[in-house]
Ligand binder design. Structure first.
Ligand SMILES: *Cc1c(COP(=O)(O)O)cnc(C)c1O
Ligand code: SF4
Length: 330
């Protein structure tokens, strides 16, 4: 059994354990924090791997990594503008597991599972149970891509596609790699960030062994994520060679400062990863407290431009239902 499977099994799932490990369960404040986490985490449960937990600061209730994963009472605040499917993916389902929204690219919901549960996730209410499981049930998706030669890129997303075993992943990748007009295969994953053990030699061989060019888009939001075992895993991936990019989400209380965003770009580049997107938060139910107004986001990106070379400034974008591409905001 690969080491990462064991790491995943040992991931923290109980709010009480997470708070105890960080020394945040004490006194009245601690008890209130725990009660809120248990209530807010009832539907979309807490999940955080040890490696990610190890990068949080002990005793700091405002730690930017903790804020991304700890359920809080604010999630229960209802808002008419924060809804279950804010990006309109449900309407763009071209075949089981396939979202064909943009020209030339399709996105596959490879699995609903993730190695971490991010509280701001726009897919937290996605009906994953409706998507294919076994490789046989991917046949309509493969046929859909094979039948449309305008599709040059297949994007494995989810959930987190690296939650699939190497065997399942190899089968899925091979099926799309065999289609001549597919020249790039992209994987959207947070596992190299939250569970770096997943970046095994076997995985790297799988990706570099494809006919199509492999692209991996990871998801880190704060510079404190890109250290230690995570930095090492990204370095191995990027030097494999696999084109490795990062997408971040602009999050209140996590990375809403020029300092945090600039340091994130610098750290990523130091390990061979190029900043790709900075996403305006999708207005998903339960995430109101993470929103940073767009105008403030634009000012932050201006600040980055004043500090960094152009290639280290991510494209600031928003996902809009019905648009042919992500909408640039700055
Ligand atoms: C973001 C996204 C893509 C990829 O867009 P790029 O701009 O190529 O990164 C593809 N399909 C869907 C549905 C998406 O949301
Ligand atoms: S890893 Fe990605 S898909 Fe999974 S919960 Fe986090 S943001 Fe959502």
């Amino acid at each position: 059994m690969p080491a990462y499977v064991e790491s995943l099994r040992r991931a923290v799932r109980a709010p009480a354990e997470l708070l105890r490990r960080l020394g945040l369960d004490r006194g009245e404040t601690g008890r209130a924090r725990l009660a809120a986490a248990e209530k807010a985490g009832a539907d979309f449960r807490l999940l955080v791997p040890e490696s990610f937990l190890a990068r949080m600061r002990y005793g700091d209730p405002d730690d930017p990594l903790l804020r991304q994963v700890l359920p809080v009472g604010e999630e229960l605040v209802a808002s008419e503008e924060f809804i279950a499917d804010p990006v309109g993916d449900g309407a763009k389902r071209a075949a089981p597991g396939v979202i064909h929204k943009y020209s030339g690219r399709v996105l596959l919901i490879a699995t609903g599972a993730c190695a971490v549960h991010c509280r701001y996730c726009f897919r937290r209410h996605y009906p994953y149970a409706d998507e294919p499981g076994a490789i046989d049930s991917w046949r309509p998706a493969v046929e859909y891509v094979a039948g449309d030669d305008s599709i040059g890129e297949v994007i494995l997303s989810g959930g987190d596609p690296l939650m699939l075993t190497d065997g399942r992943l190899a089968e899925l990748l091979a099926a799309f790699d065999a289609i001549d007009h597919v020249s790039r295969i992209r994987i959207h994953t947070r596992m190299p960030i939250v569970l770096p053990d997943r970046v095994t030699d076997e995985l790297i061989n799988l990706l570099t062994g494809l006919r199509a060019k492999p692209v991996v888009v990871v998801h880190a939001n704060h510079p404190a994520e890109v250290v230690g075992d995570c930095a090492e895993a990204l370095s191995r991936l990027a030097s494999a060679p696999v084109t490795t990019l990062n997408q971040a989400v602009l999050l209140r209380g996590v990375n809403d400062s020029v300092e945090a965003l600039a340091a994130l770009s610098e750290r990523l580049f130091a390990v061979g990863v190029v900043p790709y997107y900075l996403h305006q938060l999708d207005r998903v139910a339960g995430a109101t407290h993470f929103e940073v107004p767009e105008a403030e986001g634009r000012r932050l990106v201006e600040g980055l431009r004043g500090r960094l070379p152009g290639y280290l400034v991510p494209k600031f974008v928003r996902e809009e239902a019905g648009e042919p591409a992500k909408t640039p905001l700055a």
